[in-house]
Structure formats: structure tokens, C-alpha cells
Design a protein. Structure first.
Length: 161
């Protein structure tokens, strides 16, 4: 297992074969896990500012047998959820389809309004954006944030606590 960590600039990290941990750190980073079950990690110090989010891209997030994981436990402050529910995670995560990609908007402080399952008022509240290239988690824009979060939790593709 390789552990790859970027620096304070815009970095490009490539994991190659095997199970890798990739952390871009600050800046707008491009992460490629390569073959294997890779963990893409974000900590609280990796995010940008509210309204000026860090924008990172994962080029090969695998939904199938690769078992790639988004590890955002240390990025989310005050989130709660149970073993079988999404808790308040929709206040922290919003998923948007853009072309062939899924854009994950993150508010590390849980500032998103959840009165509408398909909320679109994330601008100015997000401090981290993750683009999953070539991946549609939204079922062509028809899945709610809570449904996507539950699916990722059920598949062990999202670590939040």
C-alpha cells in the first residue's frame, strides 16, 4: 500500500496498482488511484474557504469491484448518523450531475439547507468540491442527496465517522 500526499500547491497524484491512500492536501488537486481499492482522504486543513472552495478531481473513482472510498471523516465537523440512516449528512453533502461527472459539494460545517432534497443553494456555503470524473451517482439527476449518501454508506464507499 502506498500513501501519497500532496503539498500546498495544486498537485497531481497517481497511485498505480495496489491499494493506495491519496491525500492532495491544500490546493486544487487531481487524484488517480489506479488499480486496486483506493482511499481518497480529506482532512479539515485540506479545504478551501467558504465561498472559495478547494476543487479536487478524482479521475477514476470506482463504483464496482475496486472498492474505492471517499474518506471525509476529518473534514466534516459535527456530523451524525446511525448505522442505518443518513442522520444530518445532507447538511454537509450535496451531489450534482455535470456532464458525465458527479460534483460533490461539501460544507465542512454542515451549512446546507435540507428543506429540499435536491437543494441547489450550496453556493457560498461550500468549502470543498470533489469532482468524480466519469461517474454518475445521481441516476441522471433523479436521486436525492439522502439516497446517494445512503447508497455510499451501504456500499462502504463513504467514511464519515
Amino acid at each position: 500500500m502506498d500513501v501519497l500526499r500532496g503539498g500546498g500547491d495544486n498537485d497531481t497524484l497517481y497511485g498505480g496498482s495496489g491499494n493506495d491512500i491519496l491525500r492532495g492536501d491544500t490546493g486544487n488537486d487531481t487524484l488517480t488511484g489506479g488499480l486496486g481499492a483506493d482511499t481518497f482522504y480529506w482532512g479539515l486543513s485540506d479545504k478551501g474557504g467558504v465561498g472559495a472552495p478547494a476543487n479536487d478531481t478524482i479521475t477514476d473513482f470506482g463504483l464496482g469491484g475496486e472498492k474505492d472510498v471517499l474518506h471525509i471523516k476529518d473534514l466534516l465537523q459535527g456530523e451524525t448518523h446511525g448505522a442505518n440512516d443518513t442522520g444530518n449528512l445532507a447538511q454537509y453533502l450535496h451531489f450534482e450531475k455535470s456532464g458525465n461527472n458527479t460534483i460533490v459539494h461539501i460544507s465542512s460545517g454542515g451549512k446546507f439547507d435540507t428543506t429540499n432534497a435536491f437543494h441547489s443553494d450550496v453556493g457560498g456555503k461550500e468549502d470543498q468540491v470533489i469532482v468524480l470524473q466519469g461517474v454518475d451517482l445521481t441516476a441522471n439527476g433523479t436521486s436525492s442527496d439522502q439516497a446517494i449518501i445512503q447508497q455510499l454508506l451501504n456500499q462502504n464507499k463513504l467514511i464519515t465517522d
